[in-house]
Ligand binder design. Sequence first.
Ligand code: HEM
Ligand SMILES: [Cu+2]
Length: 566
Amino acid sequence: MAQVTEPETDNLGETLAVEAGGHTPWREYFSFSTDHKVIGIQYLVCTFIFYLIGGALATAVRTELATPDSDFVSRELYNGLFTIHATVMIFLWIVPAGTGAFGNYLIPLMIGARDMAFPRLNAIAFWLIPPGGILLLSSFFVGAAGAGWTSYPPLSTTGEKAGEFIWILSVLILGTSSILGGINFLTTILKMRMPGMGLNDMPLFCWAMLAASALILISTPVLAGALILLAFDLIAGTAFFNPMGGGDPVVYQHMFWFYSHPAVYIMILPIFGMISDILPVHARKPIFGYQAIAYSSMAISFLGLIVWAHHMFTSGTPGWLRMFFMVATMIIAVPTGIKVFSWLATVWGGKIRLNSAMLFGLGFVSMFVIGGLSGIMIASVPFDIHVHDTYFIVAHLHYVLFGGSVFGLYAGIYHWFPKMTGRMMNEFLGKLHFVLTFIGFNLCFLPMHYLGLQGMPRRVAEYDPKFATVNLICTVGSYILAVSTFPLIINAVWSWIGGAKASGNPWDALTMEWQTASPPPVENFIGEPVRLTGPYDYGMGDRNSGIPMPESQANTPMLSGGPTVS
Ligand code: HEM
Ligand SMILES: [Cu+2]
């Protein structure tokens, strides 16, 4: 359990909270703790380690692609590398880091609760991750699965059987973890809010987690079903997906994408929520369009469930059905656009603090817009048929998953690090991290749009020499991207040990997690948490100053209704 640290006196208003708050001893992070804050940090550190492994695999993939010949690794190993790279990045980094790490750490604090609704279930959900991940990586020793992270039959059922089976098992374990987490978030948000906090008084991150959790509960079991049937086909000789025995491989694709399209929103919705909470703080302005952002999360969640077959335009889907999925997919641009314009209106004219958190937040918005635009392009059937299975798709998915998700996760790390550790991060290293990431990322993935339009296929270890120069540029970009993680790692370790002490509320933010000590005491708040303002009432005291209410006003509870949108 957390220990009491030396009392601090530098922050007058907080002495009480700081005295009772405390730093968690190291061994606590290696124990089966049920404290949501410990579990959140366990998730963050553990998934970050997997991210580094996934990144190393990506670097190997790009090294192979630096030249047109297959000279760095064998073709089989290449298939294993990009398959495990993609699986690690999705199931062991973005999904668990967005939901498990930030969801766990922030949700109870933001709604004024003492912990998650089911603390032990929470610990179980986390402790499925390390074994699931290690199992997945161990598949390299038996010949890793090489059918891509989609694992379509018949390729997946006729290739490397042991590796494929391990892949199925580990994804099932990781999916189970995600479902257990989803149940917990849904219950916590709906049942554990502090007295007087309605749904419309919650920070937008909570709304986003509500939408993401609903998606997890509806769609992940379908993936589990598909994988179990696939496992039977693989090892027991059944023919659910094998036409020779009366099965249909396209059924697998339907089941797979019924999960995996929503999975994109399971990854991105928590990030949307984080950005909606980060931008107003560092722009010193109320969020623009609170309700529009909140409800657009729900709309995205619903629409996300009915568009899966846009991944199957070339799978013999009949024309009339393709029209439905094309239109439904394009409609998702509406709620997404609402969010983007609300963010722009939020920062517009604000007193912007261009610190690392804000740089990554703004970087997220711009990179995500590029990914969104190429998304609308490939939603259109004729264009998709043209670029299907080319590098255009690889470019698009990385703009969404790296530009959209990883930039947002980075913003979240810089923003909430002081809360989690009680220490400030170094701004110089943070900015260096941003610049390297931004350059490396765009150098690596922007040219892939061109490669795709020119017809370079994805998932190949060798390619036409006419693509050599552009591929070399991409590979250089990927090395810069790999280097870019060092300033972050150095910064995080160094700041955690010896960074400047953070006050309870170093950013002058208004959401509940900043109204307690950094790091928060064991049960989050000393006494009953009190909500003094809405989550985004910046500048209510003096509209022109762009700073939150003066201390005198902040102590008088002044807001009982929803957040003010002005
Ligand atoms: C969190 C970040 C990332 C995610 C979620 C991610 C996800 C994916 C996914 C899903 C694929 C599969 C595409 C397919 O099946 O054809 C893939 C492939 C690939 N990734 Fe990543 N990736 C990430 C980061 C990176 C980075 C940093 C690099 C480069 C350094 C990279 C390089 C590649 C390459 C070159 C392929 C193509 C493999 C091929 O088609 O042969 N990825 N990635
Ligand atoms: Cu999709």
